[in-house]
Design a protein around this ligand. Structure first.
Ligand code: GLU
Length: 430
């Protein structure tokens, strides 16, 4: 099951069904994506040859509004994974009460082996492939793993070329110059940080006394680490695909983030070969090298998986020593592991709540594009905090007064009820 994220998502839904007031027929309907398009993408690479890539766009459910969800570029992308991620988008949009359904896209590729020009061609070809599905009122892509504002700019341009006029609203996560919003790049990490602070308030624990380990140091993990460091938490470990850095005294997060931002690897940071980034070299020497599996088992207060799905499983759950897990990644915990963490009273803030900062600010970007008006960063951040905070409060209220076993089940119960209610009001066509 750990290998199949879609099965894992269905098992999470099943776990919540007995607590959710949802008609069984509608519940069954919610287990099936509306549609998935598979596209073949021949691309002439800068190296001369033609490579044929494969991509997908899954539209999971649109009862609550236009489809919404990112596009990921990764060698391990599969149709099932994209469908699971589209399901998770549906539940997170419902939980934070955005007027959206859920979707996801993915292209099987290794971006590290492609040049910028290759990536541009691949992105434009993929956009052409899914162009009949997407649109500012139908399905709005955004960045996900290995895609970024530049990718969104190419998607927006390609779509606009076919339409004959500029359509900023067709994607979110754009560069500021072409209709992006301030605060979108760091939004998911900011949401993770806000949620961790709220969790500590709820548990009546002091975040400034807490130690944190972050698995994954991409856009989400790095920003979450930076903001938690700002909030006074001690980030003792972080990792990327090359391995991790560990320092019980706390990592120098700003230096590490600057290093990784400049294209550096975690491996180099721990090996102490980073040059000219900071005057404080002592931390680099003290920082030990650990692998990703060891990072997961560190004795810390908060573990933040911010990389791929299926990293906390029945096989390693007994090694997890953190007292709280905040899921910055989508689907990092399998249901089998979840049940054990619940039994052990480890608080797990589920992905469909913890990582919603990105889609919330995507929504704010889309609204600004609709209004042809732009908001300052403070307005965006305040609105993000208000929306994610109220979803947190609602989830906690459900957890506190119901008999649901854990926060994930509480969150799913709310999301499923909201989506099912939209289906009930709309009825079945024809
Ligand atoms: N890819 C992000 C996620 O998984 C953001 C999606 C969006 O902004 O539409 O939530």
């Amino acid at each position: 099951m750990a290998d199949d994220p879609f099965e894992n998502m269905l098992a999470q839904m099943d776990r919540a069904e007995e607590y959710a007031e949802v008609d069984h027929g509608i519940f069954e309907r919610l287990k099936h994506p509306e549609r998935t398009l598979k596209v073949t993408l021949p691309v002439k690479l800068e190296s001369g040859g033609v490579e044929v890539f494969e991509g997908y766009r899954c539209q999971f459910d649109s009862a609550r509004g236009p489809f919404k969800g990112g596009v990921r570029y990764h060698p391990s992308v599969t149709q099932r994974e994209v469908e699971a991620l589209a399901g998770w988008m549906t539940w997170k949009a419902a939980l934070v009460d955005l007027p959206y359904g859920g979707a996801k896209g993915g292209v099987i590729c290794e971006p590290k082996e492609l040049t910028d020009r290759d990536l541009e061609r691949l992105t434009r070809r993929y956009t052409e492939g899914i162009r009949r599905m997407i649109g500012p009122e139908t399905d709005v892509p955004a960045p996900d793993m290995n895609t970024n504002p530049q990718t969104m700019a190419w998607m927006m341009d390609t779509y606009s070329m076919y339409e004959g006029y500029t359509v900023p609203k067709v994607v979110t996560g754009k560069p500021l110059e072409i209709g992006g919003t301030p605060g979108r790049v760091e939004a998911t990490g900011r949401g993770v940080s806000i949620i961790t602070e709220r969790l500590f308030e709820y548990l009546e624990r002091d975040l400034t006394e807490a130690t944190v380990a972050v698995q994954g140091f991409g856009n989400v993990g790095a920003n979450a680490a930076r903001l938690l460091d700002d909030a006074g938490a001690r980030v003792v470990a972080a990792s990327d695909v090359t391995g991790g850095a560990y320092d019980p005294e706390g990592l120098d997060v700003p230096t590490l983030a600057t290093h990784v931002d400049a294209g550096g690897l975690m491996e180099e940071y721990t090996a102490g070969v980073v040059r000219g980034v900071s005057d404080d070299r002592t931390r680099w020497d003290e920082a030990g090298h650990i692998d990703n599996e060891t990072l997961l088992s560190l004795d810390v207060d908060v573990l933040i998986p911010a990389a791929v799905e299926g990293v906390i499983t029945a096989h390693n759950v007994d090694d997890i020593r953190a007292s709280a897990v905040v899921e910055a990644a989508n689907g990092p915990t399998t249901v089998a592991a979840d049940e054990i963490l619940t039994e052990r009273d480890v608080q797990v803030v589920p992905d469909i709540l913890a990582n919603t900062g990105g889609v919330i600010v995507s929504y704010l970007e889309w609204v600004q594009n609709s209004q042809e008006f732009s908001w300052p960063l403070q307005t965006v951040n305040a609105e993000l905090e208000r929306r994610i905070g109220s979803a947190f409060d609602e989830t906690i209220a459900r957890y506190d007064d119901g008999d649901v076993p854990d926060l994930r089940t509480a969150a799913y119960t709310i999301a499923l009820e909201r989506t099912a209610s939209a289906h009930e009001y709309r009825g079945l066509f024809p």
